[in-house]
Design a binder for this molecule. Structure first.
Ligand SMILES: [Zn+2]
Length: 73
């Protein structure tokens, strides 16, 4: 297997791993734009990411559609 270029995937969550907060926030920003555009056209975006969080498994950042981590095991 040859190494994947960015972004790498987290072994615990299987999510894309962003190297820093800034990168993760940019993803959220794109998701937000996607949702806004979809709403303007009366459709729904499949982008649901609303927040970022640091991951202690991979040391990177992930995006999630959950509002709170409280219920996440
Ligand atoms: Zn991770």
């Amino acid at each position: 297997m040859r190494p994947q270029p960015r972004p790498k995937t987290c072994s615990r969550t299987g999510k894309k791993r962003w190297p820093d907060h800034k990168s993760a926030v940019q993803v959220l920003h794109h998701a937000s734009i996607s949702r806004t555009r979809a709403a303007e056209f009366g459709t729904q975006s499949h982008r649901s990411e609303i927040r970022t969080y640091p991951c202690d498994a991979c040391g990177g950042w992930h995006t999630t559609s959950r509002k709170s981590m409280a219920a996440a095991a």
